[in-house]
Design a protein around this ligand. Structure first.
Ligand SMILES: [Zn+2]
Length: 132
């Protein structure tokens, strides 16, 4: 009876909201994005929650982003190895590009992603910032 679109949207974006991932039940390898098959050949995964801490593997500065992120340019995006072993690509905030470095420790924070639609619905998700 309640078909609240915001709840459906919440579910669709749960990976980004909760920083949830998947762990292979056979070899224990962890993924942030859902895989059809693990590198070991297993098709069986358990859900898992990441603690949100990790290290920068590589990073770059985006000057021309997708339209929804245009108002935030320039911004930094990095590949981050989470402490649990999975890898995620995410925006890195609260730091200048020149102050970022490979191997730097970062932590997940819950921030505004972008606005969409005529009503300016605000989407939230996980970004990373340097750990102090
Ligand atoms: Zn596996």
């Amino acid at each position: 009876m309640f078909r609240d679109s915001s709840i459906i949207r919440w579910r669709n974006y749960s990976d980004r909201y909760m920083l949830e991932g998947y762990e292979c039940t056979n070899c224990g390898k962890k993924y942030f994005e859902k895989k059809g098959m693990c590198v070991c050949g297993s098709l069986d995964f358990n859900n898992l929650s990441f603690c949100g801490k990790g290290k920068i593997v590589s990073f770059t500065k985006i000057h021309s982003g997708p339209e929804v992120f245009q108002e935030q340019t320039p911004y930094c995006v990095g590949i981050i190895d989470l402490d649990e072993g999975a890898r995620i690509t995410a925006q890195i905030i609260d730091s200048k590009y020149k102050d970022l470095s490979i191997g730097q420790e970062v932590e997940a924070v819950f921030r505004k992603f972008y606005k969409s639609g005529e009503k300016g619905v605000i989407h939230y998700g996980t970004k990373f910032r340097p750990k102090f």
